[in-house]
Design a protein around this ligand. Structure first.
Ligand code: UDP
Length: 330
């Protein structure tokens, strides 16, 4: 099997490439290196630098490589930024997916596992969130991903395309062997930000609001280890290849932690005290997002094993403390 990984130089995509290669797949990576890192791409993957919105470039990759299936990670993913710059999100995420699907149709490539998000639900009515919860995004990021899901659905009705959309909750951690990990600049995600504060790279962590309707007033999120998350992609690919029908699955741990609890856990793991300041709410942030991952467990036979928040933070800390400046390509 030859798998095209779009965004394979990014945090989540690079972890996928490693697991695919360990599972004896041939891997082709496309990444425009806008946020990804060349050094994060496994040495056994074939690498093309380019943008998926560039249809001629993408056609060329499909022409040269005989692609059997696609894992699509190449998208912008920052809630706050999407509120400020919505068209940036619709252009890269939604239009990018349109170009990809057109080229997949043209080359008759019919399997795609797609990174969707809990942000498609908006402010959910029921916790834990199941896949039949209404999708009412509260920010352009979630809207752009929902539009991508809908494009795949309508396209699959009239083509041979089969897709799995995986709605991620909060992805964190790194490979246990520490060879790859998370490196965004600027960093906006909570766990790496708190770790940067523990490393002395930030003076404090700002908690975005402590007046939410939660026990300690800070937002609750469901954190999932990147290695468990990627394992679900491999299972989803296998499900499609074996004839599984197109579907949507949540990927989370079914447990929520508040912002304060995450900071407390980083303090426990690192034995370093972290300065915290209470700030304003961040636009577009729902108060509580916790997944029901029962469907992925039942249908895909997904069995996440790195579910302890201490372990997720320990693996993230391992990467960051050994690579305090991240990838050496800035
Ligand atoms: N958060 C925070 N301070 C920060 C970064 C994030 O309080 O410096 C909060 C944010 O408001 C959200 C949670 O931490 O409630 C997780 O945010 P993140 O950006 O990591 O992921 P998101 O839930 O937006 O996908």
């Amino acid at each position: 099997m030859k798998i095209l990984v779009l965004g394979g130089a990014g945090y989540i995509g690079s972890h996928a490439v490693y697991q695919l290669i360990e599972n004896h797949m041939e891997v082709v990576v496309v990444d425009n290196l806008e946020t990804g890192h060349r050094a994060a791409v496994h040495k056994d993957a074939v690498f093309y630098e380019g943008d998926l919105r560039d249809k001629a470039f993408l056609r060329d990759v499909f022409e040269k490589e005989k692609i059997d299936g696609v894992l699509h990670f190449a998208a912008y993913s920052l809630v706050g930024e999407s509120v400020q710059q919505p068209m940036k999100y619709f252009n890269n995420n939604t239009y990018g997916a349109q170009v990809l699907l057109e080229v997949m149709n043209e080359f008759n490539v019919n399997y795609i596992v797609f990174s969707s998000t809990a942000a498609t639900y908006g402010e959910p009515k029921t916790i834990p969130i199941t896949e039949d919860e209404p999708t009412l995004p509260t920010n352009p990021y979630g809207e752009s991903k929902l539009m991508m899901e809908k494009m795949m659905k309508w396209n699959s009705n009239v083509t041979d395309l089969n897709y799995v959309a995986l709605r991620y909750f909060n992805v964190a951690g790194a490979r246990e062997d520490g060879v790859i990990g998370e490196d965004h600049s600027p960093e906006t995600h909570l766990i790496p930000i708190v770790i940067e504060a523990a490393l002395g790279q930030r003076d404090h962590v700002t908690i975005f609001g402590d007046d939410y309707d939660t026990a300690d007033g800070t937002c609750i999120r469901d954190y999932i280890h990147v290695e468990d998350l990627i394992n679900a992609h491999l299972l989803a690919l296998d499900y499609l290849i074996k004839g599984g029908t197109s579907d949507v699955f949540n990927l989370g741990s079914s447990r929520g932690f508040s912002v304060k609890e995450i900071i407390d856990t980083v303090e426990t793991v690192t034995d370093i005290k972290i300065n915290r300041i209470i700030g304003e709410r961040r636009a577009g942030d729902p108060g509580r997002l916790v997944a029901s991952a029962d469907k992925a467990k039942a249908v895909l036979k997904w069995n996440p094993t790195r579910t302890e928040i201490n372990q997720i933070i320990t693996d993230a800390w391992n990467w960051h403390s050994n690579n305090p400046q991240g990838w050496d390509d800035k």
